[in-house]
Design a protein around this ligand. Structure first.
Ligand code: 5GP
Length: 158
């Protein structure tokens, strides 16, 4: 159905390589990749491999509880990132999508003062986002189905 933007695993792999290529071509060489959990974990890991960056951290932020149903504001959940470990680094913050952009804005606020430089990369950006990420693979205003959250969690086999 055309009210959804569907990303499959294979296209996700290509998108991750293309974002990494854009990062490298821009002259940015991140020391660390910060993946925003959970949606930023698959692209964060894939992009870190494509960049050859071994240092990967995660920041766990919850905002959405369903299709277009949100908490009042994004909240950081445990386990917490040790932001002091970011001192003196160039960080690439990776998330799946900047929708309202509130999640990335929060992450940038939390880490900006610790890093030398923090840039942001997303697979998708929506027009209403309050921040315009530095690296964007595609732009859409539709709800996106990602391969890692397309199915319900598994349940015990009968
Ligand atoms: P934001 O703070 O930019 O509004 O979005 C935060 C998070 O909500 C995203 O990282 C993502 O996990 C989830 N989200 C927002 N828009 C979509 C969407 O279109 N599809 C899916 N599957 N998740 C979304």
């Amino acid at each position: 159905p055309s009210d959804r933007e569907v990303l499959d695993w294979e296209t996700f792999g290509r998108a991750s390589r293309e974002i990494a290529q854009a990062v490298v071509d821009s002259g940015f060489a991140p020391d660390v990749v910060v993946a925003v959990a959970r949606g930023g974990l698959p692209p964060g890991g894939a992009i870190a491999y494509a960049l050859g960056t071994k240092a990967v951290g995660t920041l766990n932020v919850e905002f959405y509880t369903g299709v277009d149903s949100r908490l009042p504001e994004p909240a950081v959940l445990p386990p917490l990132l040790d932001t002091s470990a970011l001192r003196g680094t160039r960080a690439l913050v990776v998330d799946d999508v900047a929708d309202t952009g509130e999640t990335l804005a929060l992450v940038q606020r939390l880490i900006a003062e610790h890093c030398d430089e923090a840039r942001t990369a997303v697979l998708y950006a929506k027009p209403r986002s309050v921040i315009d990420p530095d690296y964007v693979w595609r732009r859409t205003d539709r709800w996106i189905t990602f391969p890692w959250s397309a199915l319900d969690p598994v349940t015990p086999s009968a």
